[in-house]
Write a protein that binds this ligand. Structure first.
Ligand code: PMP
Length: 456
């Protein structure tokens, strides 16, 4: 495709390296230029409207164009556009947000530590876990167990926690001391006849076997998303978190809940941990924390984690960690206003009330000839697709369907052959129907092309 030399598309190709993109394909085809947004919709530079079926990157809970967030940012920008939280300084917005998050947490938490992305939050967690073990005089207790297909970000440590090949390949990751255990995907992982509960117990046994083979005294923590997101929206099987937590308790291993996607209503409860009875020692939060209007993330730690860290900082003389933008006042002010909107408009209740419709429409697609499995909870779900013509090329069918949805005005995301749906929490029932009508028409269109032999 050729663009006018001065167009956004041409300059994008000339100057920008993109995340999660095949750079050569982008050079040949260019990118979709999104110009503005309103509610659950975004508009491209030709004025075409799309349903943002992924809420951006699982994040724009309150929808696009929310004036209250713009005003909150403007107010704070005018008062104090920047300050930091190093060396015994602080400012109101970071204190207010820390207090709010501790009050909202599903289990007793002691302190909030602010970062700017999910990756930074999880990277910080890896460092906190190491620091704590050293403080406790257990320098051998440093390994962290994550799961295959888990997603925790892309910095060196967070990408190591992530259990997806594309985040390791050619980056020389994972780094030592990060291990991966069984992905709790029942349909893909269970042996024939194995119930969800039996499979959950087997996942817990796999975890225990790994702990024993490594030496329990070397394992510091376990990290997991309550519902796996970027690994393909994998909803935990019955009894999974109970079985996993029993093993962690037995060996005195910290539990880290990565709530970056699940947090603030996505599952129809305020936190994924609430939904699944998870009692984490550490939580990471981002995305719907500010609806991604500004970058901000948080790590919540309980007293078991905080006290040794505080002690170590006193011994050393400082806690040698911190980002220029930790607790950024404008981002914190926007997050506070965003949380106020989520509460006032009962967006968690909205997700809860609309979930049956969302899941019914998603599950109805399971009957489609291209579909293998529909899975979801709250307002997050995925449809896994398959056709024998693409048996050797995973992701090709998913990409075709994604393109067909795009043409029809729906932005989705195919993680390989899992088509994800994760709309803004402000979505209405009519808009859910509109979204799935487009998805269904797109599946039909792609199926027809394949049947006509146009698959390649
Ligand atoms: N954890 C989870 C569960 C995520 O989904 C993501 C991002 N998709 C991250 C961490 C990393 O967040 P970020 O992209 O802000 O670094």
């Amino acid at each position: 495709m050729s663009y006018q030399p001065n167009s956004t598309e041409a300059r994008d190709i000339a100057y920008q390296l993109h995340s999660y993109t095949n750079a050569r394909k982008l050079e040949a085809e260019g990118s979709l230029v999104i110009e503005r947004g309103e509610g659950i919709y975004v508009f491209d530079n030709n004025g075409k409207r799309y349903i943002e079926g992924m809420a951006g990157l699982w994040s724009v809970a309150v929808g696009f164009g929310e004036k209250r967030l713009i005003e909150a940012a403007t107010r704070q920008m005018a008062k104090l556009p920047y300050y930091h939280t190093f060396t015994q300084k602080t400012h109101g917005p970071s204190v207010d947000l820390a207090e709010k998050l501790i009050a909202m947490a599903p289990v007793p938490m002691s302190k909030a530590y602010f970062t700017s992305s999910g990756s930074e939050a999880n990277d910080t967690v890896v460092k906190l876990v190491r620091y704590r073990s050293n403080a406790l005089g257990q320098p051998e207790k440093k390994k962290i167990i994550s799961r295959f297909k888990g997603y925790h970000g892309v910095t060196l440590a967070s990408a190591s926690l992530t259990g997806l090949p594309n985040n390791h390949r050619s980056f020389d990751l994972p780094m030592p001391g990060i291990l991966h255990t069984t992905c709790p995907h029942h349909r893909a992982g269970a042996v024939p006849g194995e119930s969800e509960l039996e499979f959950s117990k087997r996942c817990a046994k796999d975890l225990e076997d790994l702990i024993l083979s490594e030496g329990p005294e070397t394992i510091a923590a376990f990290i997991g998303e309550p519902v796996m997101g970027a690994g393909g929206v994998i909803v935990p099987p019955t009894g999974y978190w109970q079985a996993i937590q029993a093993v962690l308790k037995k060996y005195d291993i910290l539990l880290i809940a990565d709530e970056v996607i699940c947090g603030f209503g996505r599952t129809g409860e305020m936190f994924g941990s609430t939904k699944y009875g998870i009692e984490p020692d550490i939580m990471t939060l981002s995305k719907q924390l500010s609806s991604s209007y500004l970058p901000i993330s948080a790590v919540l730690i309980n007293d078991r984690v905080y006290q040794p860290i505080a002690e170590e900082s006193a011994n050393i003389g400082t806690f040698g960690h911190g980002y220029t933008a930790s607790g950024h006042p404008v981002a914190a002010a926007v997050a506070l206003e965003n949380l106020a909107i989520i509460e006032e408009r009962d967006l968690v209740g909205n997700a809860h009330r609309l979930s049956p419709r969302f899941l019914a429409r998603l599950r109805a697609l399971e009957a489609h000839p291209l579909a293998v499995e529909a899975r979801g909870v709250g307002l997050i779900g995925a449809l896994e697709v398959y056709h024998a013509a693409f048996a050797d090329e995973p992701g090709v069918l998913g990409a075709m369907i994604n393109r067909a949805m795009h043409e029809r005005g729906l932005i989705g995301r195919n993680m390989g052959d899992a088509m994800a749906f994760c709309p803004p929490l402000v979505i209405t029932q009519a808009q859910i129907d509109e979204m799935f009508d487009i998805a269904e028409a797109s599946l039909d269109a792609v199926h027809q092309v394949i049947d006509k032999g146009g698959a390649g």
